[in-house]
Write a protein that binds this ligand. Sequence first.
Ligand SMILES: Nc1nc2c(ncn2[C@@H]2O[C@H](COP(=O)(O)OP(=O)(O)OP(=O)(O)O)[C@@H](O)[C@H]2O)c(=O)[nH]1
Ligand SMILES: [Mg+2]
Length: 383
Amino acid sequence: MHEKFITFGIGGCGCTIAHKVAELTAMKAICIDTDVTSLENKEADCQTILLGEDRFEGLGTGGDVASARMAAVDFKPEFRKLLKSYSLAIVVTGIGGGTGSAITPTLLEVAREMSIPTMTFIVFPFSMEGSDKNKVANAAVSNITKHADIYCYFKNDDLSGSFLTSSDASLYDAMADANLHIISGITMFWRMMTKPGYINLDLSTLINSTKKGRGQFYLCKSKAYGESRTQNAISELINSHSGVFDHANETALALLGIIGGQDLRLCEIGDVVSNLSLQLTPNVPIKLGTVIEQDANGSIEIIAILFKNWVEQYESAPQKATEPQQTIGMLTNAINQTQGNAGSKSAQNQATISSKFTGTQPFIYNGENLDDPTYLRKRIPIS
Ligand SMILES: Nc1nc2c(ncn2[C@@H]2O[C@H](COP(=O)(O)OP(=O)(O)OP(=O)(O)O)[C@@H](O)[C@H]2O)c(=O)[nH]1
Ligand SMILES: [Mg+2]
């Protein structure tokens, strides 16, 4: 079954994480980057693809999102070939640079066209990397979520919280720890499927979930050792992801993985489930899986994937083409509006226009909604 899913790493961050996934688990991964150095020494564990060599000469995009987007569009037929034999594509990407921000939406768009479910892990840059990077990241998020089925955000600021406040923590250690967090979510199902556990949570549960709806999910994990391991792990799970549990009432479904050694007790499993359900709205389903790992005696590890209330699948997909007559009417109304013909009629017209885009995220730049036509934004009268 695990042959049915594939992990794509896009850009420097995505490739680092996807490669680690392949190295640790023998899950299949494909690393895609415009920068040849990021792909070095990864070929032994996964497939590597240098994209856009004709544009970037293997040097990376230098943050040029527009050129990276064109390279991604040229690569669409290859994405189709790469995706075609899989039932689920897991996509990992860091945003804020050129490659991850621009290539990821196109890969997801192709997967959507092919009806292949996707699960996307998105890493935001540190805020100290500057507002320009963060602006690129925000724009990338709206492009990614337009095409993604289920997706999860991680902020490097949050993932590295304790490292940021420690004066002697290295960047290397902070990134390794942050990556491990994301890797644990990606590899959870592989561990469930390839190791004995008695209580099974398989990939079909995830695939079926992605077919029912689309939207955001949260990933929380904790691990503890010794006498009070279960209480400590539960408390770490809930308290170190307070941002997640602050919104626990929005959860529609929880997938829960409990990993331990041969000494994992039944009552410990019960404690984890009952404590998690106390955090959620009553009757939210919790789907449980367990894994027994030979070297995990003395420890308990909890991984929870919480799906936020999601929108119906394809609710925001393009509707039937607008009737030409209606389009002309909308344009006329919009022009009247720019020419100062305000009042209740134009408010009504605006409502008609906006309702076409219900459920989509606007692409805002410098306070302007770039999804609006230029003549409306610049108030250019059309004769
Ligand atoms: N957690 C984590 N974040 C990373 C890692 N590498 C990079 N990042 C973050 O991801 C953001 C995007 O960086 P990259 O993935 O290197 O950018 P890219 O997609 O290769 O884009 P270009 O190099 O500009 O073409 C950075 O600003 C970092 O904050 C990593 O290994 N782990
Ligand atoms: Mg790069």
